[in-house]
Design a protein around this ligand. Structure first.
Ligand code: NAP
Length: 254
């Protein structure tokens, strides 16, 4: 697998970079010598991540911003172009959960999840597009979830991720003529702060439901993202790569 191109040191913009999967994606690109624009709503987490990358000889632009805010997204993209002169890769990773059965999902929890997971990715894609179009080069990878196929107690989350799959496919068609690839990675259950925050019983049940009997690692997602951000995947666009230990293949028969 070759490194992401767009030059030897591609400019990679990663949202929700502060922890979990986003931090693993960040480390993966740092190992490749990428120039990193790291976005997170949590400034403290972003600082800790940036400090932890000191041993890598890479340029880093930390950006504290909320991806669901159009003005902040516009401003951060301008800052990235001002500092690095281009954008080669956008990873829409920022995401939240507010799980509940449909009767108990508040309007606020619906709106927040859709705003961050779907509108946030839309705003970022829209904001980087003029730069990618001018370059006639770009890779967009949207982090969705295996749950986009359906999941009890997650109607807001699954709707946001299903919407993001549709956005991925439509933008793949719109952007193809500009040599911009748009793909999605659908993680299954991954051991990250998001799942570590689940009640112990729910976490154990989740693990029992996995064909592999274990959760995936954040590095498993980073490896798939690196492939879709590289020129090895040049003729792949509009696709969803499930990285879920087989969970998307169907129900386990026990
Ligand atoms: P995580 O540990 O909660 O990390 C997400 C990061 O995004 C956090 O640093 C969070 O900050 C930040 N963030 C939240 N809202 C934001 C906003 N509006 N603007 C900018 N940054 C924001 O989650 P993760 O497990 O690494 O998940 C990353 C992505 O993978 C998400 O899209 C998630 O839906 C997807 N995914 C995860 C799993 C899994 O099992 N972990 C499975 C399938 C899909 P705060 O901590 O301050 O909120």
């Amino acid at each position: 697998m070759t490194a992401a191109t767009g030059g030897t040191n591609p400019v990679v913009l990663i949202t929700g970079a502060g922890q979990g999967i986003g931090a693993a994606i960040t480390r993966r690109f740092a190992e490749q010598g990428a120039k990193l624009a790291l976005v997170d709503v949590n400034a403290e987490q972003l600082k800790q991540l940036t400090d932890s990358l000191k041993d890598y000889d890479v340029e880093i632009l930390p950006l504290s911003a909320d991806v669901s805010n159009k003005e902040q997204v516009g401003q951060l993209v301008r800052q990235v172009v001002e500092k690095f002169g281009r954008i080669d890769v956008l990873i829409n990773n920022a995401g939240i959960i507010r799980d509940n059965l449909i009767s108990n999902i508040s309007e606020q929890d619906w709106d927040q999840v859709l705003d961050v997971n779907l509108k946030g990715a839309f705003l970022c894609c829209q904001a980087v597009f003029p730069t990618l179009k001018t370059q006639r080069y770009g890779k967009i990878v949207n982090i969705v979830s295996r749950a986009w196929l359906g999941s009890i107690g997650q109607a807001n989350y699954t709707a946001s991720k299903g919407g993001l799959v549709s956005l991925t496919r439509s933008l793949a068609l719109e952007f193809a003529r500009f040599q911009i690839n748009v793909n999605a990675v659908a993680p299954g259950a991954i051991d990250s702060p998001m799942t570590q925050g689940l009640p112990a019983e729910a976490r154990e049940r989740l693990i029992r439901m996995q064909p592999t009997g274990k959760m995936g690692k954040v590095e498993d997602i980073a490896a798939a993202v690196a492939f879709l951000a590289s020129d090895d995947s040049e003729f792949i666009t509009g696709q969803v790569l499930h990285v879920d230990g087989g969970k998307s293949c169907g129900l386990l028969s026990l």
